[in-house]
Design a protein around this ligand. Structure first.
Ligand code: 5AD
Ligand code: SF4
Length: 477
């Protein structure tokens, strides 16, 4: 039996946000000399699930592993250390992770020194961690989102003292700078601008798993943007659960717009940002999108529902009217803007009328694309305790109707591109056909195109020859 050393997450602690703990402390990543060669001759494998914040965390894990001498592999069977960098947003995401982790259990049986690590949002969930500990005895290390920078030390302890270890903090720690990073893309780079979320939408687990809103200092963000620009990358993707709240904790006035303008002034070719919240969206941000051509003319602005009553039960803090007003301001000031959103169907006791109101809003905003989900109860959130009388079949039907409408509108919207010449950042070859290049237009449309010259990681002009709901086709000029 292995020794055990457990610090488990507690949702009741995660819920605490007091005035006292709203000030961030900043520190720098350090690695102790005795573990810099821990991975010499060994390999690591990372499976990242979920959103771009997780992708960026995966890049940090890879960076730290390579600093210790490990090399990467895409084949789990070849790995000495495996990471499951997890997502907790819906139950389906969690089930997928647990099934993947358990399917690979044979690796531990074949070679007991193989180390299985679970990190990311599932590691922050009280019940989930207890479940993993009991049903997946081959998992050696669980660490949370607040102490990802501690991974090298935790891994060394697991390996050197043959311990089973859990270290998950329920209250967020420092903002840690200079964590090594191995970038996953050469065309664009992900830059965290803030961590956490204070919004507590009633359905959402993120404020528990990612903690209180903490902003990085502007100078640290700008340094990272300059590094990405100097490395030849064409786009920076600014990341936060709720980017419009950037700088509030640093007592900045209109912090997100200040930051966005400063990033635009670095001259990097493209800037995108995820995710915006309608409640905090300021008019000055719309002005910046109008005034700086390198801020990409597209916006992902999750609305979740088209019914004021549902929005109230979700505690979203805005009305449909306010959302429409934002939409109209954006369309007026940046007329060619592409607009995308997230929608939830089947929130507890969503009536037919409330669902119809969502369809009406979709017809009004004519989204270029939307991620639509069936509501999934998350333990520890207020909505999980709401009574729900709507059968799953009805929810599935609603989702199908919503997706049909979204696809129809997206297809109509994209027709405007036929015969146009669009500038495309090429990110690689198409998944289906290696002779076809793939990239994104400035309005974030996926474009598959042919080109006589190799143009990977370059921005090229592409003439659009065919349009579809969710991608365009063309040829490079
Ligand atoms: N059930 C379904 N969808 C959810 N989302 C967040 N929490 C849940 C949940 N419990 C969706 C929201 C959010 C997106 C990232 O995931 O639409 O904007
Ligand atoms: Fe979740 Fe709401 Fe925060 Fe978005 S704003 S991460 S939906 S709590």
């Amino acid at each position: 039996m292995k020794r055990e050393d457990f610090i488990l997450p507690v949702h009741a602690e995660e819920r605490k946000r007091t005035k006292k703990n709203t000030e961030s402390t900043f520190s720098n990543f350090k690695i102790s000399d005795d573990i810099v060669n821990l991975g010499y001759g060994k390999k690591y494998f990372i499976h990242t699930y979920g959103c771009q914040a997780n992708v960026r965390d995966g890049e940090a894990l890879a960076g730290m592993m390579e600093m210790m001498g490990y090399t990467s592999t895409n084949v789990p069977d070849d790995a000495d250390v495996l990471f499951f960098n997890t997502c907790a947003i819906r139950k389906a995401a969690e089930d997928r992770v647990l099934s993947d982790v358990n399917k690979l259990r044979y690796l531990k049986e074949q070679r007991p020194t193989t180390v299985f690590c679970i990190c990311g949002c599932m590691a922050q969930e009280e019940e989930t961690v207890k479940r993993i500990l009991s049903v997946s005895p081959h998992v050696d290390l669980i660490f949370g989102t607040h102490n990802i920078h501690r991974m090298p030390n935790l891994l060394a302890e697991v390996i050197q003292s043959n311990q089973r270890k859990v270290e998950v903090f329920s209250q967020e720690g420092d903002v840690v700078e200079d964590v090594p990073v191995k970038r996953s893309m050469d065309s664009k780079g992900f830059v965290n601008i803030m961590y956490g979320c204070d919004k507590f939408c009633t359905y959402c687990i993120v404020p528990y798993t990612r903690g209180r809103e903490r902003s990085r200092r502007m100078e640290d963000i700008l340094r990272e943007v300059e590094e990405l620009k100097a490395s030849g990358r064409k786009e920076v993707v600014l990341l936060g659960q709720n980017v419009n709240a950037y700088g509030k904790d640093l007592k900045m006035e209109d912090g997100f717009t200040q930051l966005l303008v400063a990033v635009a002034k670095t001259g990097i070719e493209r800037i995108s940002f995820y995710t915006s919240h309608p409640r905090d969206y300021s008019a000055t941000t719309i002005d910046a999108m109008r005034d700086y051509p390198n801020i990409m003319p597209f916006l992902h602005l999750p609305v979740q529902s088209g019914s004021n009553e549902v929005l109230r039960r979700m505690a979203r803090g805005y009305t449909v009217e306010r959302y429409k007003q934002l939409y109209n301001d954006l369309k007026k000031k940046v007329p060619h803007i592409a607009f995308t959103t997230d929608l939830i169907v089947g929130f507890p006791n969503e009536t037919d009328e409330e669902f119809e109101a969502t369809l009406d809003l979709v017809r009004y905003c004519r989204f270029d694309m939307a991620y639509a989900f069936i509501y999934s109860p998350r333990a520890g959130t207020p909505a999980a305790n709401m009574e729900d009388n709507i059968p799953l079949e009805v929810k599935k039907e609603r989702l199908a109707r919503l997706n049909d409408l979204l696809t129809e509108i997206a297809e109509e919207n994209n027709r405007r591109f036929l015969g146009e010449i669009v500038s495309v950042l090429c990110i690689g070859t198409s998944k289906r056909n290696s002779e076809v290049y793939s990239g994104y237009s400035k309005d974030n449309k996926l474009v598959n195109f042919t080109s006589e010259k190799d143009c990977i990681n370059q921005i090229v002009n592409v003439e659009i020859t065919a349009t579809h709901s969710y991608y365009l086709e063309g040829k490079a000029l």
